[in-house]
Design a protein. Sequence first.
Length: 138
Amino acid sequence: MTAILGGQRRRIAERAAYQCEYCHLPERCAGALHEVHYIIPARHGGGNVPENLCYACLSCILHKGTDIASIDPLRPDDMIVVPLFHPRQQAWAQHFRLVDGRIEGLTPVGRVTVRQLDLNDLQRVEIRRRLHRLKRQP
């Protein structure tokens, strides 16, 4: 990825309220700084513009990689390619809901994103549960 300068990184982090734009894990709970990441990677035609950049935790970045779509887990036999969640163009609450620390996909976009980015790995679910108990979950 092209280097993101400090001021641009800070603006993107502030826009995301310092939480991952996919799994909503606050940076302060992640154990590592979140990174600026391409939503649509350059290899798929994405550019280094604010509309194509998001703030994401390392787990989401590693699971997403350069992927932009997957097959809906509820309809694998249909083999219909569904795009992953796009934080600049879509509202999180339209595609996901949080239930007892777990993120549920409400739409095909939500379901493929939950599965592809492994949004419900045990560590992140437990962190979200603890934040909820402390009333600090965004």
